[in-house]
Design a protein. Structure first.
Length: 103
């Protein structure tokens, strides 16, 4: 790819990324009062994280069983109100130990 094309692609990515952030700030002038919109916007980051994380948790380990075990342990740890770092550590340790034991 030419140097000129790479610069155009990077500039286009910057413009698109900033437009996505600036358009809502320019269009919405006050606090959002609609209950459905507020709850929708509250849960968008969690849903995005889940959509990106869950398939990789199950499909990335060498064994499907290992991935499902780590996901189940992570759900249980989150259910007990542990934070993000302890849940991630528990899932990683379970995956590591199950893979090293040959399961």
């Amino acid at each position: 790819m030419e140097q000129h094309s790479i610069i155009i692609c990077i500039a286009l990515a910057i413009v698109v990324t900033n437009l996505i952030r600036l358009i809502p700030m320019a269009c919405i002038k006050g606090p959002i009062r609609h209950r459905f919109v507020r709850s929708f916007l509250y849960y968008v980051p969690y849903v995005t994280l889940a959509v990106m994380t869950f398939p990789d948790m199950i499909l990335t380990p060498p064994s499907l069983t290992t991935g499902i075990a780590a996901l189940t342990a992570g759900i249980a740890a989150a259910w007990m109100r542990l934070g993000l770092l302890p849940v991630a550590a528990i899932c990683s340790l379970i995956t590591y130990f199950l893979n090293s034991s040959g399961i």
